[in-house]
Design a protein around this ligand. Sequence first.
Ligand code: FE2
Length: 338
Amino acid sequence: MLCVGIESTAHTLGIGIVKDGIVLANEKSMLFEYGIHPRKTADHHADVFPEVLHAALDKAGKTLGKRATPSGSLMLNDIDIVAFSQGPGIGPCLRVSAAAARAIGSTFGKPIFGVNHCVAHIEISKHLTSLTDPLVLYVSGGNTQVIIKKGKRYHVMGETLDVGIGNMLDVFARDLGSRGVERDGTRVKNARDIELLALNAKGYVPLPYTVKGMDASFSGMLTHAQKLIGKESSEDLCFSMQETGYASLCEVTERALALSGKKEIIVCGGVAQNKRLQGMVRETAKEWGCKFGVAPNEYNADNGAMIAYVGTIMEKRRSLPLAKCVPIQKYRTDQFEI
Ligand code: FE2
């Protein structure tokens, strides 16, 4: 069963091709300058769509060793299923993958499946780490949740009460950049800059720490840290943002672990690429006698392969009629059955 998966919830247009759980191609193009401008980003996704699609078909053909065309590329007609990221995400960006799925599905007569983006991050991580029933810490720009599986649905045990932790770090990085802070001669702009600046910190600056039950909050810490720009070193502030924010994530993870009794922990989503967070959650898992798993960065960043992988799991379900192949902008993790 060969599935093409299209991802376009935010800054990345990703197209992946998966066959029987094996990723044959995972091509992408990202637009992230200083934040995400919805219309410009959607235009970018539409503009690069043909080249990303052809790169994915070409790569999958070569990976399969199939000579479907003189170039060795797969053809869209060889695909059995079309899957697209249906939400949650930014409206104009989401419409690109929905429109592409409708076009490919209807042109070639293939079934179309809408995939929840958050669940796709979890499922590809479970698949690649071979963990089967984990407590999941899902952390990205727009989402911060502690999740377990109950029957056919994921259940959100705790989450951010305001902004996603990745969004907080991106906003703080942009603020530093707008005040002239640079890394390697370039204005800092995102959470990756925060991670690298933090490596040169000399001390910890106390910041507000908010955990309420199994929920966390980050906006107070962000406001406080913003007021300290120029008064404390940028490196120390970046270090302290990470230490404080990630400690609160570990605390809510521990609280959910105590309640759920799970024996495995996965961290996934864009912020899961952060080595300091990985280390802290790994340490938490060790203290609780749990197995720890994290997928390679390629799959924690937004990507089409995770959407295609979930498409192959959904293959026995009834596909979506064309009229229902539309974005669900506020698609909750617990609204999707798998
Ligand atoms: Fe994501």
